[in-house]
Design a protein around this ligand. Sequence first.
Ligand SMILES: [Fe+2]
Length: 108
Amino acid sequence: MDEASRVKIQVAQDPRNLTDLEQKHVPQILLADNFVRIKIGQISHPMEEEHYIVWVEFYADNELAGQRDFQPGDFPEAQFNKPDSGASKLKAVINCNLHGRWQNEISI
Ligand SMILES: [Fe+2]
């Protein structure tokens, strides 16, 4: 993978029919009463020394509302407080050390 595709943010091409790579990288945004859980991905991503999720960023509308760094061995999930800003869109961006950045968003 070249540098340009590593920095480019990838999204699911067809959210109803994810490829193997998309199933492991597209973040799932799960809403509860007071918090938001971000799961990477539909099939849990590996968290090994050579291949792991480095970080996740969480945005309310387009403002950064939370961030978490991961280490190999961590569980590829993060929980954030639900923003009380009246945001209409929640977005997650994740970074895999091998497969680059992936994004997903939901309307609330
Ligand atoms: Fe990966």
